[in-house]
Design a protein around this ligand. Structure first.
Ligand SMILES: [Zn+2]
Length: 410
């Protein structure tokens, strides 16, 4: 039998007449919620990629329907943001007009594909009856201190005059829209305090039926929260550096390995942080400025790559190790990303691969403070062990030393 649009139409009318896609919530025992991602009405038509997504879930929904399930498969349009803006720029039509027209067209197309979609519960994210709930939720977060503003570096396209997501910056650091080289710029932005929920999120991951690699990625993204913040006093020409409020400036580092504190040989800060400008001395200004400029053209992904050659430069300032009272140099290096964690990192070459490499490159001392209890210690040694070269903590196990140091620093 040959394919015929007429046959399609005949059956689609029949399905409409019998309200095949209608959801009966009272039939709760057998309900099945089938949700695919919503279409972006950024172009005037659906493309084959849409049906590539919907074909599978729609076929499955139909099968389940025939098996007696009460199917709820809604459809909607994710109609805000850059794609709609780009489309408006390209065509010169106001995004509200073009987006609504695109939605009407796409609804027709989705219907003519014969999908088992429930249109009674359609949502369109650019309509006030939908986004009032986004605004409502944002206000709840704000009222509870979970949404806040601060200065942070963003990807900025000087041609489009807009902030770009990491995904919109191409591998040659140019803007996805116009090809201009993207720069880093400090801007006041909104943040959600999701780190407050890091422990809960990490605990919840354990029970999820997800592939291990996906869980690992999530785990790294959420970040470890078990650890301690260590404050180092910042000094310049043997004087305490003051912050804007006139107080002694502390450099705060987060570490999960407090037991290695006596082996810290330097601190490293992000070159594109305000801290870097504050800590750079007159004598080092020219060199640091050049290094900052070089950093601007790197993406965060390049910067945190473990295989990339380590670069960095001395700021001219020092920090005081709170347990040894030793004076250690403060460097800036672009593997530290401003806006992640405290933006300041301890360098412990004896017990961390990356730090070991960094100190070898720049001739910084490599100090051993943990020894392998079972065999001869080979540096960098990153496991737990017994403390050495650590003053009164020497001889303690890593676990004992962590508890002891935490008490001493409190
Ligand atoms: Zn651009």
């Amino acid at each position: 039998m040959q394919y015929s649009v007429e046959t399609d139409k005949k059956w689609q009318k029949r399905w409409d007449d019998m309200q095949l896609a209608k959801f009966h919530p009272e039939n709760i025992k057998n309900k099945l919620y089938v949700l695919e991602m919503f279409s972006y009405p950024s172009g005037a038509n659906l493309h084959v990629g849409h049906w590539y997504n919907y074909g599978l879930s729609d076929s499955w929904a139909r099968m389940k329907k025939m098996q007696g399930y009460e199917i709820f498969q809604p459809m909607g349009f994710d109609a805000f943001g850059l794609p709609a803006e780009n489309y408006a720029i390209k065509t010169g039509v106001h995004p509200q007009i073009s987006t609504e027209a695109n939605i009407t067209k796409m609804q027709e197309q989705l219907k003519s594909m014969g999908g088992l979609f429930n249109w009674e519960h359609e949502i369109v994210t650019c309509r006030p009856e939908y986004y009032r709930w986004n605004q409502y939720m944002f206000l709840q977060l704000y009222k509870n201190g979970l949404a806040y503003r601060k200065n942070a570096p963003v990807n900025w396209c000087p041609h489009c005059n807009t902030v770009l997501a990491n995904e919109q910056v191409l591998s040659d650091h140019t803007c996805e829209r116009c090809g201009t080289v993207v720069v880093k710029k400090n801007l006041t932005q909104w943040f959600f305090n999701i780190t407050k929920y890091a422990d809960q999120l990490l605990d919840g991951l354990k029970d999820l039926d997800w592939p291990d690699t996906t869980k690992k990625i999530q785990e790294n993204w959420i970040g470890r929260s078990e650890g301690a913040e260590v404050k180092f006093k910042a000094i310049q020409n043997d004087q305490n550096i003051k912050d804007d409020a006139g107080n002694d400036l502390d450099l705060t580092c987060f570490t999960t390995r407090l037991d290695t504190l006596c082996g810290v040989v330097a601190l490293v800060i992000a070159p594109d942080s305000e801290l870097c400008d504050l800590l750079t001395t007159k004598e080092n200004e020219e060199a640091v400025k050049a290094y900052q400029q070089e950093t601007l053209s790197l993406s965060d992904i390049d910067r945190s790559s473990t295989t990339r050659e380590k670069t960095g430069i001395f700021t001219g300032s020092y920090a005081i190790n709170p347990v040894t009272n030793e004076k250690i140099p403060v460097w800036t290096a672009n593997y530290v990303i401003s806006g992640y964690g405290t933006g300041c990192v301890m360098v412990v070459p004896g017990h961390d691969d990356r730090d070991y490499e960094f100190c070898e490159t720049f001739d910084l001392p490599i100090v051993q403070v943990i020894s392998n209890p079972n065999e001869e210690t080979v540096l960098p040694y990153s496991d737990y062990g017994v403390l050495v070269n650590s003053g009164k903590y020497s001889g303690m196990t890593s676990e004992e030393a962590q508890t002891e140091m935490l008490n001493d620093l409190a």
